[in-house]
Design a protein around this ligand. Structure first.
Ligand SMILES: NC(=O)c1ccc[n+]([C@@H]2O[C@H](COP(=O)([O-])OP(=O)(O)OC[C@H]3O[C@@H](n4cnc5c(N)ncnc54)[C@H](OP(=O)(O)O)[C@@H]3O)[C@@H](O)[C@H]2O)c1
Length: 239
């Protein structure tokens, strides 16, 4: 069981990242929120997080390194939890909005989605490894995945989003197998279908209780789960 420590959550300014930040702060975690425009993140600042850092997941290694420097620049030497939450699901690719995902899936758009949803989380994890290695209890990395990444659960034909999250699952699986030897646990977790800007108004789950269950699962994770794909309540999901 993880006791509250220091966490960094990407996309903390709205949606599930904001709700998880709120939940973890309430449980006594020291939360650093990462977002594209801290100067416009009023709702995040209202949670009184320990700090807010600038991070654009589309910017690859340079964005990831700048988060590392922002944290180490204020004397932070360890990180207990990294939550790679920031992601996109472009409207052009959403069959649920009546758009044909295949015909709109240009190479450029697919590359943008992969850059934000898959490459960004890998780059940030890589840059923050020196801090995660120094976590007292062993570092934990949680990648926000989706039911739409699971071959068994996928519905619709949002190829770009599903492919980006399936690729992220493999990133989580292989990082989880490798890094467990260094005391770092890595998992992919689906939040379920939740009412946010991305989830839309018809989603069956409310953010507040869902992120409370998500936080319970985070606090229960240990090395034996490293490399796995889990539901928000901790149940395993078939890849
Ligand atoms: N809601 C659901 O039903 C659902 C289901 C399965 C998985 N998920 C996953 O859960 C996570 C959160 O989803 P959500 O529902 O909270 O989505 P959301 O309401 O659309 O919020 C997305 C968050 O990601 C940030 N973001 C987008 N592009 C970014 C970039 N290039 N750099 C940094 N931050 C960026 C957004 O910041 P800006 O304000 O700057 O755009 C925002 O904070 C995502 O990984 C999503 O794929 C959600």
């Amino acid at each position: 069981v993880k006791t509250p420590g220091r966490a960094l959550i990407t996309g903390a300014n709205r949606g599930l990242g904001w709700w998880l930040s709120r939940e973890l702060i309430g449980r006594g975690w020291e939360v650093w929120g990462a977002c594209r425009r801290p100067e416009r993140a009023d709702e995040l600042w209202a949670l009184e997080p320990t700090g807010v850092v600038t991070y654009d997941a589309a910017e690859g290694d340079s964005a990831a390194e700048s988060v590392f420097h922002a944290l180490s620049g204020v004397g932070i030497a360890s990180l207990d939890l990294l939550v790679n939450n920031a992601a996109v699901k472009p409207a052009e690719l959403r069959p649920d909005l009546g758009v044909d995902g295949i015909h709109n899936l240009t190479a450029d758009l697919l590359t943008d989605v992969l850059r934000i949803n898959t490459v960004g989380p890998l780059a940030l994890t890589r840059s923050l490894l020196p801090l995660l290695r120094r976590a007292d209890d062993g570092g934990l990395v949680v990648h926000l995945s989706s039911n739409l990444a699971s071959h068994e659960r996928v519905v619709g034909n949002d190829i770009g989003y599903s492919a980006s999250k399936s690729a992220l699952n493999m990133v989580a699986h292989l990082l989880g197998r490798d890094l467990v030897a260094e005391g770092i646990t890595v998992v992919a977790m689906s939040p379920g279908w939740v009412r946010t800007d991305m989830g839309g108004p018809h989603a069956p789950l409310e953010p507040e209780p869902t992120m409370a269950a998500f936080a319970d699962t985070i606090e229960s994770l240990g090395p034996e789960r490293s490399g796995s794909f889990l539901d928000y309540n901790g149940d395993p999901i078939n890849w």
